[in-house]
Design a protein around this ligand. Structure first.
Ligand code: THU
Length: 129
């Protein structure tokens, strides 16, 4: 199986930049582009909680803003002992960009590899009117 150690390390390093005055849960994400470039993201919270953006979406929006469209994997870590999994909204955004692989890691960088299809079966990816 492919070694995603470097991607996890980039997510861990980003995690420390999380803006989390409310939950105090630091989350870091790292997104691997098809061309090998990596974009990171952190969760950015808001006093109006619903305005919070998760680390995964920050990373994806960061990359798309820089002109990237093709991705191979996204890693997510936090400062919890157990691995963290993307929320439902982030899974939907991961599906939108057809990112095939999700790496779920814990605070020490231990991680497991999942297929996006496993974590969001029957994703809504197109519509017709
Ligand atoms: N959060 C993420 O950034 N990614 C996840 O995968 C799950 C949750 C954030 C949102 C909020 O800032 C904090 O973690 C607690 O929910």
């Amino acid at each position: 199986m492919e070694d995603y150690r470097h991607l996890i390390d980039r997510a861990l390093e980003a995690r420390d930049r999380a803006y989390v005055p409310y939950s105090r849960l630091h989350v870091g994400a790292a997104l691997l582009c098809e061309d090998g470039e990596i974009f990171t993201g952190v969760n950015v919270e808001n006093v109006s909680y619903g305005a919070t953006c998760c680390a995964e979406r920050t990373a994806i929006f960061h990359a798309v803003s820089e002109g990237k469209r093709k991705f191979t994997a996204i890693a997510v870590v936090s400062d919890m002992d157990k691995p963290i999994f993307p929320c439902g909204i982030c899974r939907q955004v991961i599906a939108e960009f057809r990112i095939p692989t999700i790496l779920s890691g814990d605070k020490n960088g231990n991680y497991k590899v999942y297929r996006t299809e496993e974590l969001l079966p029957h994703a809504f990816t197109e519509f017709h009117v």
